[in-house]
Ligand binder design. Sequence first.
Ligand code: NAD
Length: 295
Amino acid sequence: MQLIDGKKVSQDILNLIQSEVTELKNKTGRVPGLAAILVGDNPASQVYVNSKIKACGKVAINSEVVKLPGTVSEDELLRVIESFNQNDNFDGILVQLPLPKHISESRVIEAVSPLKDVDGFHPVNVGKLVLGLDTLFPCTPAGIQELLKAYKIETVGQHVVVIGRSNIVGKPIANIMLQKKSFANSVVTVCHSAAKDLMSITRSADILIAAIGVADFVTADMVKDGVVVIDVGINRVADSSPKGYKIKGDVNFDEVAPKSSYITPVPGGVGPMTIAMLISNTLKSFKTKMRLNYE
Ligand code: NAD
């Protein structure tokens, strides 16, 4: 069994980004900029936004956080988004989800310019991803593919089973792995809460991607020997530590790891990749704007 070290892979990516940002600054006199909009005082959202902003600082990307009260109107939020759409100093805009109930998530996602949509949630970018076109990919699925690349895990013709069909993880990773491209070109099955006999499907997975949101959901009897396991879950489970909880994945690591060829830990697997991909998307949209995309 080999552990997939998301901390290391994400740090390697951030190091490359940092040197590219320095090079671009010398060449153009400018650096990428990321705007983060935080609505309300959800503690988890605050933690996520803080880590994203901290990562920007580490690679010398400019960032700004706009904090709006939970009572802000949808119109006001849309105005703030539009002002960043028009502001040339910002190449990426992220609106931290979830939003308060009175605000339409889909209207907000659609208000962000597709060119600055570093979360990859805008329907234009989702459509391009499905069509196999180059675009800004959602960060967590993009991070999963980067992990497979970093460990040179065979994906062509492999059976990838995704548990979960959310718009931010399940659906996009299934579509990424389906494309006729390197580190994809897999045979993909997507399972969800209405699946009948889930175990018979997961037991045929060569690569199992768990994005369910239930701690320890995947147990040893659900996987075959030699499976590659990507655990996306981040679940708070109460314990007696000073914090009062620990973070657990969707996979029962102790049971499943001995049967796996590769497995991501939680924390330290997919999580750090999500932030690295956000920064990578911000750099990508900066380069697109500056017409510096030579790849
Ligand atoms: P979600 O709640 O939107 O979706 C969960 C999915 O699991 C649903 O599609 C549902 O059909 C499926 N599901 C639930 N119960 C099931 C069952 N019994 N059998 C089969 N399928 C079942 O969740 P999400 O936003 O995709 O997130 C999933 C997990 O990943 C959460 O723990 C979340 O915190 C975590 N997450 C982590 C990152 C990261 O950066 N590592 C990013 C996003 C989400």
